[in-house]
Design a protein around this ligand. Structure first.
Ligand code: DX5
Ligand code: ZN
Length: 228
């Protein structure tokens, strides 16, 4: 699987979202953080903004729902134009049913794990998913320090993906930057969310290219990728 770089618009200027989407042309996806002030202590945006953004950009939207009751709300984000919808397993009442519903509506289904949530109980669910998101910070805010203690979970998840021969993408989100992306790629991640490292740079498109180059080089050397 090729490396993918997903800039997070959480670190963009919310008054100029269409321009900020254009500023990262060349990115694989735009990562859209939806927060409800209940699941996380922060509030961002909802369905109407996703609808407008989907009309304003050709880059597919990767919606990360940090919300309570995703079973109720996630399908609306597919209808709003998201091509990938991620729900948190800690908030989902019926993750299998929800993943199937997201897929049936035509989007990629993805499940996220907070730092303290282990992957092992969900091994049997992995075939129901198109992507698994391992949070490398506590969700809620951009600009936090990367949690190195998540690297073993990334490695174990990559092993499970290999063991079951799945096409599952493995996304990391939180503190991903020039100084941490190689560790993530080496551990087994192939989809990289970066907020402050992209929108905090003087040239966001160049930051995307540089992160991609670093991740590709680290992947080429990684033992998990050499087996394929
Ligand atoms: C945090 C969000 C992230 C955030 C990452 O809860 O899910 O997507 O934007 O920001 P950085 O890359 O600055 O850590
Ligand atoms: Zn996110």
């Amino acid at each position: 699987m090729a490396v993918q770089i997903n800039p997070s618009i959480l670190s963009a200027d919310f008054a100029r979202l269409a321009d900020e989407a254009k500023a990262v042309e060349g990115a694989d996806w735009l990562h859209v953080d939806v927060m409800d002030n209940h699941f996380v202590p922060n509030l961002t945006l909802g369905v109407p903004v996703v609808e407008s953004l989907a009309r304003a950009t050709d880059t597919p939207l990767d919606c990360h729902l940090m919300i309570e009751a995703p079973d109720r709300w996630a399908p609306q984000y597919v209808e709003a134009g998201a091509s990938s919808v991620t729900f948190h397993v800690e908030a989902a009442a019926a993750p299998v049913r929800l993943a199937r519903e997201i897929r049936a509506k035509g989007a990629r289904a993805s499940m996220a794990l907070k730092p303290a949530t282990p992957i092992e109980p969900y091994e049997d669910l992995l075939p129901e998913l198109d992507m698994l998101l391992i949070m490398t910070v506590e969700p809620g805010f951009g600009g936090q320090a990367f949690l190195d203690i998540m690297l073993p979970k990334i490695r174990r998840t990559r092993e499970l993906i290999g063991k079951h021969g799945l096409e599952l993408w493995l996304q990391v989100d939180g503190g991903v930057s020039a100084s941490t992306i190689e560790r993530c790629a080496d551990a087994g991640a192939d989809v990289f969310v970066a907020g402050s490292a992209v929108y905090g740079a003087s040239d966001p498109a160049e930051a995307v290219r540089a992160l991609r180059t670093q991740a590709e080089a680290a992947t080429a050397k990684a033992s998990w990728a050499c087996d394929h």
